[in-house]
Design a protein around this ligand. Structure first.
Ligand SMILES: [Zn+2]
Length: 79
């Protein structure tokens, strides 16, 4: 587990991701990330590894600049 220093959320809701965390996630300036809440924890994920919709599953299909998992593609097909 990589730990960062404590950060405060500013009045616009922004927070600095500590350098140790950025390094561990291999995220750099201008990289796109996704966030979701799981068991009361904020999960931040670098976007090129996960599905655009569920932000969890391994990506299987790329449509333009979006990545989708098999499960979400099947869900979309059902509509
Ligand atoms: Zn998905």
């Amino acid at each position: 587990m990589v730990k960062g220093n404590k950060s405060k959320i500013d009045n616009l809701g922004r927070v600095v991701i500590p350098k140790s965390i950025r390094k561990a996630l291999n995220v750099e300036h201008n990289d796109e990330i996704s966030m979701h809440v799981e068991n009361q924890a904020l999960i931040i994920t670098k976007n090129n590894n996960v599905c655009t919709i569920c932000v969890k599953e391994k990506i299987e299909i790329q449509i333009k600049d979006k990545y989708l998992c098999k499960s979400c593609v099947e869900t979309i097909k059902g509509f």
